[in-house]
Design a protein around this ligand. Structure first.
Ligand SMILES: [Zn+2]
Length: 372
């Protein structure tokens, strides 16, 4: 049977806590990492009813999307709703783990699960996560010294691209210089213009290794005053992770698309609210699990026909539609994010097989319970 630490490590390898927003509170909330985990339940919200469901089913770990504690508390006594939830879990021997904004952005995360549940294909993030920053180091070195410089640079961390290392590029040309009084040149003489066959060696460098690579290059270089460039590289925005997803559906009408959304999501009293002409063609679709009004400006001028998200408000939505933006499809926050639960459940089963029992809570924890 895996330990709680094993299961937490697995979940965190898929949804790294370091990718969560700075204001968020993710990770293990309660539980002993050394304890055995035989049963894992998944839910959107750590409500008291969800905690009871987990304990009654015999869960050793409850994985939730929304944090139980997002703001600091001075008491976890069972006199408050959050305290009662925590007591129910701990008294029942059930640990609690939150994967919130770290699960939103990831591959197989919340927005991707929502997009796939709605049948979107060719997915890309609305706002790609930044890649690890890279520089390029370019150095000019006499041909006889090029091997040593290349080796020193790659040894210090330059030239790593995906599953490759020692990636460098070399061209050759002529270097010109005149040593002045006080110089002790490796090649040439003071006061005389020198022409040397040189290699231009270049390699990408993780920004965190910039200084180490330049120092190693300078130490291996035969010249007293090597010529080199350090150039920061722009992010091409190709990361598969990031905020929201944009994808494509076979062309349909807004009305038919909204019906598809309603059928794909678990039923709620909230239902599916739509702003836009029902006959409007829909092909390009953006989605964002949770409250997605912060992406409206980005989507206003895009090629998106419809934007599926939650918690949209009167004025922002009204102005957005008035300005000719994509149609808006407002779905229940709980329903949109629930689509992630079967995905992470399947992923855990795929990794641990029958070593753990799993369950997805279907209890609707959307706060809206009925409508007239
Ligand atoms: Zn949410």
């Amino acid at each position: 049977m895996p330990s709680l630490a094993d299961v937490v490590d697995l979940l965190h390898s898929w949804y790294p806590p370091g990718t969560a927003d700075s204001w968020d509170a993710v990770g293990l909330v309660a539980g002993d990492p050394a304890a055995d985990v035989g049963r894992v339940m998944f839910a959107v919200d750590p409500t008291l009813d969800v905690a009871r469901e987990a304990v009654e089913w015999g869960a050793d770990l409850l994985v939730v999307h929304h944090p139980l504690f997002l703001t600091p508390v001075s008491s976890v006594a069972a006199t408050t709703p959050k305290g009662r939830t925590l007591h129910t879990l701990t008294a029942g021997g059930c640990a609690l783990l939150t994967a919130h904004t770290n699960a939103d952005q990831a591959v197989s995360g919340v927005s991707e699960s929502l997009a796939l549940a709605l049948g979107l294909t060719d997915l890309a993030p609305i706002r790609p996560a930044p890649s690890a920053p890279l520089d390029k180091v370019v150095v000019f070195v006499p041909l006889t010294g090029a091997d040593a410089v290349r080796a020193a640079m790659t040894e210090a961390g330059a030239g790593r691209l995906g599953d490759y290392d020692s990636c460098t590029w070399t061209t050759t040309g002529e270097g010109r210089f005149r040593p002045l009084d006080g110089a002790s040149p490796a090649i040439g003489a003071v006061g005389e213009l020198e022409v040397v066959d040189e290699a231009r060696v270049e390699a990408v460098v993780p920004r965190s290794r910039r200084t180490a690579v330049v120092r190693a290059m300078l130490a291996a270089h035969p010249y007293e005053e090597p010529a080199f460039d350090v150039v920061p590289l722009a992010d091409p925005g190709l990361a598969g992770t990031g905020t929201g997803r944009i994808g494509t559906v076979e062309e349909t009408t807004l009305e038919a698309f909204a019906a598809r959304v309603a059928a794909a999501l678990p039923a709620t009293a909230h239902g599916v609210r739509v702003a836009g002409d029902p006959s409007r063609p829909v092909r390009r679709v953006a989605v964002c699990g949770g409250a997605g009004d912060f992406l409206l400006d980005e989507l206003a001028g895009s090629d998106v026909d419809a934007y599926v998200t939650s918690d949209l408000r009167h004025h922002r939505a009204g102005e957005f539609v008035e300005h000719g933006g994509p149609a808006l499809v407002d779905v229940a926050h709980w329903a949109a994010e629930w689509t992630w639960l079967p995905v992470v459940e399947a992923r855990l089963r795929g990794e641990l097989g029958d070593r753990v029992g799993t369950r997805v809570s279907t209890r609707c924890t959307d706060p809206w319970t009925f409508r007239h």
